[in-house]
Design a protein around this ligand. Structure first.
Ligand SMILES: [Zn+2]
Ligand SMILES: [Zn+2]
Length: 288
């Protein structure tokens, strides 16, 4: 793939998903992430054919090279509670269907919580549900397990768990799963990007495999590293500071990986996003 500006933001879908590509373009981006529905509600959203067509037209008009969705925060595919698991499965399947209709490359999903403390069974249930959804909803959308901050009994904080989730999805469906790493979550878990950047990248490669990394979420952390708390901060202004982002942006191995910010939006969404993206672009050229 020819080089492209790989940084973008999670953009609002207010007024409909078809509005998202213009919001990404206003940030000078050709990559984006969005929600296809309200992420904190169970209510599903129907995507009528004209909405899908409008999204696709807007995507082409604004030259968007890659678009990802983030699934609902309520979904817990690892839960031992059969009722919640079934509800989660249906929500996830509907999400994947919307992503497919929109032609999105990726859907990012948080591994669930093994609320009974049995992590092994939680991983098995989570992987099985993803496998079932992939079986029922054809390509193109790839499911990315996002590394979590690891609070409570959240799965997916350690690289070993991300690897286990992937390995439990059987081929050929395994080709449609990957990983999204979030720098804030890595910090929360205690992966030391500040003092051992190369070590963390190496460890991910050894445990999960470098090719499994398909997307990065670039966020600084408002909580201290190792705190297991998921609090996003502006780039370079949190516990991570500028250095890990400088390394990431200048890392040739990660150059083709799309990088999405989910930093605080404040009163003026566009101004904050522009400032954070400008910082990342400066780090890439060594000017920041
Ligand atoms: Zn997330
Ligand atoms: Zn994230």
């Amino acid at each position: 793939m020819e080089p492209f500006d790989e940084v973008g933001a999670h953009v609002s879908s207010a007024g409909g998903v078809a509005r998202a590509p213009a919001r990404a373009a206003a940030l000078g981006s050709v990559v984006l992430q969005l929600f296809t529905k309200q992420p904190s509600r169970w209510a599903e959203r129907e995507l009528e054919a004209e909405r899908v067509a409008a999204f696709c037209a807007a995507r082409i008009a604004h030259g968007i090279r890659l678009a990802a969705s983030h699934d609902s925060y309520l979904i817990n595919l690892a839960t031992p509670d059969p009722e919640l698991r079934e509800r989660s499965y249906h929500a996830f399947r509907r999400e994947l269907e919307r992503c497919r209709a929109l032609g999105l490359e990726f859907v990012v999903t948080h591994p669930g919580h093994a609320t009974d403390g049995d992590l092994e069974s939680g991983i098995a249930r989570n992987a099985e549900a993803v496998e079932r959804a992939l079986e029922e909803v054809p390509a193109p959308t790839i499911v990315l397990f996002e590394g979590t901050a690891g609070g409570g009994r959240a799965l997916g904080a350690r690289f070993e768990q991300l690897a286990a989730l992937i390995e439990r999805v059987r081929p050929p469906l395994r080709a449609r799963v990957g990983v999204c790493l979030d720098t804030c979550h890595l910090c929360a878990v205690g992966y030391d990007l500040c003092r051992d950047y190369d070590g963390v990248v190496q460890e991910f490669g050894d445990v999960v495999g470098p090719d499994r990394l398909r997307l990065l979420h670039l966020n600084d952390s408002a909580a201290p590293c190792g705190s297991r708390r998921d609090r996003h901060a502006h780039i370079g202004e949190g516990a991570l500071g500028p250095e890990p982002f400088r390394r990431l942006m200048q890392d040739e191995r990660l150059r083709p990986i799309p990088k999405i910010i989910e930093t605080p939006k404040g009163e003026d969404e566009r101004a904050h996003d522009l400032r954070n993206l400008a910082r990342l672009r400066q780090y890439r050229t060594g000017q920041g």
